[in-house]
Write a protein of this length. Structure first.
Length: 147
């Protein structure tokens, strides 16, 4: 299938509907077919126990999930860096899971230290990075995964 014909499934961060987006439209800020809101927002969105698996399993596009906790100082320091990185890579889904609030949501992913960013594509883990990073290193790491 050519790049022009290829389509990706992307879960709407607002209503959780799965959208089929042609590859050529990924950079055109597509809107959700159900709620009409943008589906690639360039900002991290919060996941909970009900949404984490759907977002990871149903997104075909690269999805970066930051597993963090409210008591973790490095996590809190990295939060604005993660947000900055998300704004620089709008065709990548950035999401966060607060592990002290949703322990059961993080458990299947074997999170051993915080913060940990896990990259998923087509429902499968493709990489992980533990420890706080500045935005430029997050962007560099994510771009290395897009190749």
């Amino acid at each position: 299938m050519s790049e022009d014909q290829q389509a990706y499934h992307v879960v709407c961060p607002h209503c959780q509907a799965t959208n089929r987006v042609p590859a050529a439209r990924l950079s055109a800020a597509p809107n959700c077919g159900k709620c009409s809101k943008p589906i690639l927002t360039g900002t991290p969105h919060e996941l909970n126990a009900q949404t984490v698996n759907k977002v990871i399993q149903k997104n075909d596009v690269l999805t970066i999930v930051d597993f963090w906790a409210s008591w973790c100082q490095p996590c809190l320091m990295m939060a604005p860096e993660f947000k900055t990185a998300a704004s620089q890579l709008p065709q990548v889904v950035f999401a966060k899971v607060q592990t002290d609030k949703y322990e059961q949501a993080a458990a299947p992913y074997n999170i051993r230290s915080l913060p940990t960013m896990v990259a998923f594509r087509n429902g499968k883990e493709v990489a992980r990075q533990s420890g706080a990073l500045p935005s430029n290193q997050i962007v560099q790491w994510v771009q290395s995964l897009k190749a």
